[in-house]
Ligand binder design. Structure first.
Ligand code: SF4
Ligand code: SF4
Length: 92
């Protein structure tokens, strides 16, 4: 059985954009904070984020686009190693 290298896989995902009410990140009450040392780069947060607000960086780590993250907490719920903590806005 052969596998396909990820460099040949194209992802068709829409990017978040500002709507009539502006950027959706202003709705957020809690923000996800990723612990890069704990993260195992599994991609589940990226896969499950309903806003596509998780990005892969060049060094293959994940980061949150706070302009569009609504703070739903799904990324924190699906992270298998507890690397995403939801923190109340204004605390950090
Ligand atoms: S809190 Fe929700 S919207 Fe924000 S990055 Fe996580 S899954 Fe996406
Ligand atoms: S789900 Fe958790 S371990 Fe997986 S990439 Fe996201 S932060 Fe890292």
């Amino acid at each position: 059985m052969s596998s396909v290298s990820s460099k040949y896989v194209k992802y068709i995902l829409s990017r978040p954009m500002a709507g009539a009410g502006g950027k959706t990140g202003t709705w957020r009450v809690h923000r996800p904070v990723i612990n890069a040392e704990r993260c195992i780069k599994c991609g589940l947060c990226w896969l499950y984020c309903p806003e596509n607000a998780i990005d892969w960086l060049e060094n293959k780590t994940v980061t949150v686009d706070y302009d569009y993250c609504k703070g739903c907490g799904i990324c924190s719920d699906v992270c298998p190693v507890g690397a995403v903590t939801m923190v109340k806005e204004g605390v950090i």
